[in-house]
Design a protein around this ligand. Structure first.
Ligand code: DUC
Ligand code: ZN
Length: 464
């Protein structure tokens, strides 16, 4: 029996196994895992790992941030960069306008994404203050494929504690998964005002206005509310030990809580804000970069399963966009590019002996797919989408703006040397990047409808 595509001679690595085998692909799915397979097209993966495609469940493409500000990667450039880095599925966001229904907002976001995406994607539905009168629409959004719902404790989307509880109840009752940006907004706004009034306007004051201890407090409060109403909860972009402690305490108590961190927190520290001029504005993101001891705690948390996955919060702005806040750190648009280097970046945990090859796949593919309800992704098994990466563990790269494909004129990882880089990226059986060449077309990616069906997020948690 022949296959459309066969990947030969590689070492297959999943979250739970590693073995030498060929993989046969038919009609976009994995159809065989065996020795000596043959197909219409054959790729030689000798010396490489064959892993499930990366799954990044937290990205912001063309995200509007105020009137004339939009994040610099659109759904084409951002997913192309993702593909170069070995990511085959992302989850972005729907952010409804106050007068829109959830379904109108979903349709609008899909109209932006569908013609542009080159890899598969899903959408989290945002529930902000303006959606508090629309919580009864949550089941409809869920039924249209938004399996997860984003809640904020910061910015204009910020929900007060009572609202958080009501929104979590609505998500729970719809069968969905709440995901949250946890920071203490009252403390942040007070510190920002105080620092600016005292003339402390440089990016140095950005992390000093968003204290780690209060990120921990906010996460703990959200976790307590979730536990009170008995819903799972996922904590976005954990930057510090203080949040890790809350998540690991909750999990030790058996609560269905999970957390993620991002490459910026794993590779950068808050000193980056002290670089003079516009350079110091570039790595502004929220939560902010932290001291080295937090970075060390995050790597350890990934190894110990105190954190379950790595996303990017990819949300790049150009130098010119960042420069708007050079004289007032509170006006710097928050967000950094990271979508392309995530898979190889996290692989450094294997290179440095922090965790195993299997754990790397768990953190970058299996856990995000499982928790986000991408039920045919994140593993190499018969019937799964043929989302596969041939990863060369010996290739050494030095990250730079020229090397990467994100649509921005800087990278926070300039000069970072990595061991290991993807050679080939395959999404649903189609080779989309091969040896540095982009082979896909805008719009070939598909919206993936995410439902938990009979497997509730509670049940999913037991595997996390
Ligand atoms: N934080 C950022 O830095 N950017 C995008 C959104 C967020 O929460
Ligand atoms: Zn985000």
């Amino acid at each position: 029996m022949t296959y459309d595509l066969v990947i030969k001679n590689g070492l297959v690595v999943t979250a739970s196994a590693r073995y030498a085998a060929d993989i046969g692909v038919r009609e976009g799915r994995i159809a065989a895992i065996a020795d000596d397979l043959h197909g219409a097209l054959e790729l030689d993966a000798r010396g490489c790992y064959v892993i499930p495609g990366g799954v990044d469940i937290h990205v912001h493409m063309q995200m509007p941030l105020g009137e004339d500000l939009i994040s610099a990667d659109d759904f084409f450039t951002g997913t192309r960069a993702a593909a170069f880095g070995g990511t085959t599925a992302i989850i972005d966001f729907v952010e409804p306008e106050p007068d829109e229904s959830l379904l109108q907002a979903l349709a609008k976001r899909r109209a932006e994404a569908d013609p542009r995406v080159v890899i598969d994607y899903g959408l989290h539905m945002t529930l902000g203050p303006a959606q508090m009168s629309r919580l009864d629409e949550a089941p409809a959004a869920y039924n249209m494929g938004c399996g997860s719902f984003k809640l904020y404790m910061a910015y204009d989307f910020r929900l007060y504690d009572g609202q958080l509880m009501q929104a979590m109840e609505a998500v729970r009752d719809a069968g969905g998964w709440p995901v949250i940006h946890a920071e203490n907004w009252d403390v942040i706004t007070t510190l920002v005002r105080r620092n600016l009034a005292a003339g402390r306007t440089s990016p140095h004051w950005h992390p000093r206005s968003r204290p780690a201890a209060l990120e921990g407090e906010a996460a703990g409060r959200a976790i307590d509310i979730a536990n009170y109403i008995k819903t799972p909860l996922h904590i976005f972009h954990v930057s510090c030990h203080s949040v890790v402690e809350r998540i690991s305490a909750a999990r030790a108590a058996g609560w269905p809580i999970s957390g993620e961190t991002c490459p910026q927190y794993l590779f950068l520290t808050e000193d980056a804000y002290d670089t003079p001029g516009v350079e110091g504005t570039l790595p502004v993101c929220a939560p902010p970069l932290r001291p080295q001891k937090d970075q060390d705690a995050l790597w350890l948390a990934l190894a110990r399963n105190d954190l379950q996955l790595v996303t990017t919060d990819h949300c790049p702005f150009t130098r010119a966009q960042k420069a708007r806040g050079q004289d007032d750190f509170s006006k710097i648009p928050g967000g950094v590019p990271a979508i392309e280097m995530r898979l190889a970046g996290v692989y450094q945990g294997v290179v440095r002996g922090v965790f195993s090859l299997n754990r790397w796949v768990e953190l970058c593919s299996a856990a995000p797919a499982r928790l986000a309800g991408l039920n045919r992704k994140g593993d190499i098994a018969i019937g799964y989408d043929a989302d596969l990466v041939i990863f060369d563990p010996e290739r050494r790269v030095t990250l730079s703006t020229d090397f990467l494909h994100e649509n921005v004129d800087w990278t926070p990882f300039e000069g970072l040397e990595l061991q290991g880089w993807p050679r080939v990226t395959i999404n649903r059986g189609e080779i989309i990047v091969q040896d540095g060449e982009f082979l896909a077309k805008a719009g070939r990616g598909r919206f993936v409808s995410r439902r938990y069906d009979s497997l509730s997020p509670h049940a999913l948690f037991s595997h996390a």
